[in-house]
Structure formats: C-alpha cells, structure tokens
Design a protein around this ligand. Structure first.
Ligand code: PGA
Length: 254
C-alpha cells in the first residue's frame, strides 16, 4: 500500500486575511507540487474564505482548526461543518491538544465533532498524544488507545476513509523538543496496529498517520523517512512559506 504523504500547516491563532494572502501568493509561486505529497493549510476561520478563493486551481488543500457538531442554530460563536465546506475546506482538525487542554474538550465532544466532520463530507484530522507525565511514566500506549477508542466510537470502516490521524506528543508541541524518529515511528506503528484490531488490516494499511510536535526543516527528513509516518502536522514552522516548503520537500515519493 503506497500511502500518500500529507504535509499540514496548522497556523493556530496567526495571520489576518491579508497575511494569509501574502503567504499563499509566496507559497504557490515557489512550491513544486509532487504527485506523492499533498499539502494542506489550516488558517484561522477568518482567513478561510480568502484562502479558499486563492487556492482555486491549485492542488493545495484547505482545512479548519475546529468546528461545531450542530448544523445551524442558536450557537453563538460557533461554526458549522457545511460553512467550512462553503469556504473551500476539505479537512478539519479535531481534538487538537490545545482544544482539549485550553477549551475543555473531552473525548465525547471530540467524537461528536469528528462524526459531524465526516457526515459533512470533510476529512477529519484527529489529533492524539500523551502528556510529559504520561510519557515519563511509560503510559503512552494507554493514553493513545484510550483516546482512539473514545474519539472513534461509532466510526465505521467506510468512515475511516475520511479520517487522518496525527500523533502529537503534547510535550513536543511548540517546545522545540521532538520525539526521536524511532520513538515517533514506534508509537505510530502502535496506532496502526490498533486500527488493524479495531477495523481490519486493509483499513490500517490505508489510513494516513502523521507526526506533529516541533517539526522543522532540520528534522523533517528523518521523521518522514520512517515507514509508518505518512506526513507531518506542523505548527510554528508552517507560518513561513520557505520553511513550510522545505518540510514539504523533505517528504518521500513512495
Ligand atoms: P508545533 O505545533 O509544530 O509548533 O510544535 C504542532 C501542532 O500543534 O500541530
């Protein structure tokens, strides 16, 4: 199974619509597309419409950082999945550790958001990962399997074609620390093994699993060279077109 690489840039709370336009213009002018690698940018909500218009006619895909699971109604401040599609999004992040930790999203909410994402025809980019305490206590497997089990509850084999998993050790996000390529490979292999048990071998062989947490131009090639790592979810280093291009260029042509 030759899985494609996916290089995703999560901009978090950075860039206005004008700054988004500047980034996309620079990126599109310089980036050479390759058939084995998909590029995804994930700007804040306020930039999505502008980004969607600018990306028409390119192969670069667009995603949202979050969504709400209802279709419409009296939910002040929330954004529905179909609204994201209307802006040109094909992906949405679900369960990022910052949403879980800072905005109290538990697995039940993550699960509802994930199912709403798939039902709206978007691909869910589900983030899982352990804290430093869990990492030091050797509880990585326990934490990750608990998250996967709860977050993917009720998700069918067919639905799994619309799920990408990102393994993001929380202690590596924004800290400059990364899991070693071997550690990341081992945990991602474990995730793939869980998918094989919960679904089947075919689904496990097909699902894209990314690594995230301080991915930079200097460490991308070693991480992306691991057999089970199918791409990167990049925060800080995705804000600059040059460094994001260097990371995308480090992906393999499998
Ligand atoms: P970072 O963020 O690359 O800045 O560590 C990764 C993420 O949170 O997705």
């Amino acid at each position: 199974m030759n899985r494609k690489m996916l290089i995703a840039g999560n901009w978090k709370m950075h860039k206005t619509p004008d700054e988004t336009e500047e980034f996309i213009t620079a990126f599109v002018a310089r980036y050479q597309e390759r058939p084995g690698t998909d590029v995804l940018i994930i700007p804040p909500f306020t930039s999505l419409d502008r980004a969607g218009r600018l990306l028409v006619g390119t192969e670069i895909t667009l995603g949202a950082q979050d969504l709400y699971y209802e279709e419409e109604g009296a939910y002040t401040g929330e954004i529905a999945p179909h609204m994201l599609r209307a802006c040109g999004c094909t992906y949405a992040l679900v369960g990022h550790s910052e949403r879980r930790a800072l905005f109290n999203e538990d697995d039940a909410v993550v699960n509802r958001k994930l199912r709403a994402t798939i039902n709206a025809g978007l691909t869910a980019l589900l983030c899982v990962g352990e804290t430093l305490t869990e990492h030091r206590a050797g509880k990585v497997e326990k934490r990750i399997i608990a998250e996967l089990t709860r977050d993917l509850a009720g998700v069918t084999h067919d639905d799994m074609a619309h799920v990408v998993i990102a393994y993001e050790p929380i202690w590596a996000i924004g800290t400059g620390e990364t899991a070693t390529p071997e550690e990341a490979q081992a945990t991602i292999k474990l995730i793939r093994g869980w998918v094989a048990t919960a679904y089947n071998d075919q689904t496990a062989a097909a699902v894209q699993i990314l690594y995230g947490g301080s991915v930079k131009p200097g460490n991308a090639a070693a991480l992306l060279g691991q057999p089970d790592i199918d791409g990167a979810l990049v925060g800080g280093a995705s804000l600059d077109p040059e460094s994001f291009i260097q990371i995308a260029d480090a992906s393999l042509d499998r």
